[in-house]
Design a binder for this molecule. Sequence first.
Ligand code: SF4
Length: 103
Amino acid sequence: MEKIRIHLGVSPDWFRRRYIETLEHGDLGIRLNTTGVCPFLDNDGRCSIYQHRPAQCRTYPFWPEIVDTERNWKDEARRCEGINRGQVIPLKEIEKRLKDLED
Ligand code: SF4
């Protein structure tokens, strides 16, 4: 969060109020805007904080609950236009990204 805040050049209070929310189990997450879109998505549809994006974004769509079953993967693919497109990501890279989630 601190890297994102510095990248944006805003105060800690402003950053928390504008961009962060507390989730169900006390974890912190990005506060989506009123239309349910990430506030860091720019007008060209690109991530404006890409180099500092959170772990959840760096590891998507390889979250345990998505890769758990083929059905979950297919369900997610209906929501995400990037799944099953582009280059194949080697299993070792996926495992590395998931490990980053734990760190
Ligand atoms: S990659 Fe993450 S932080 Fe960036 S626009 Fe998408 S959801 Fe938001």
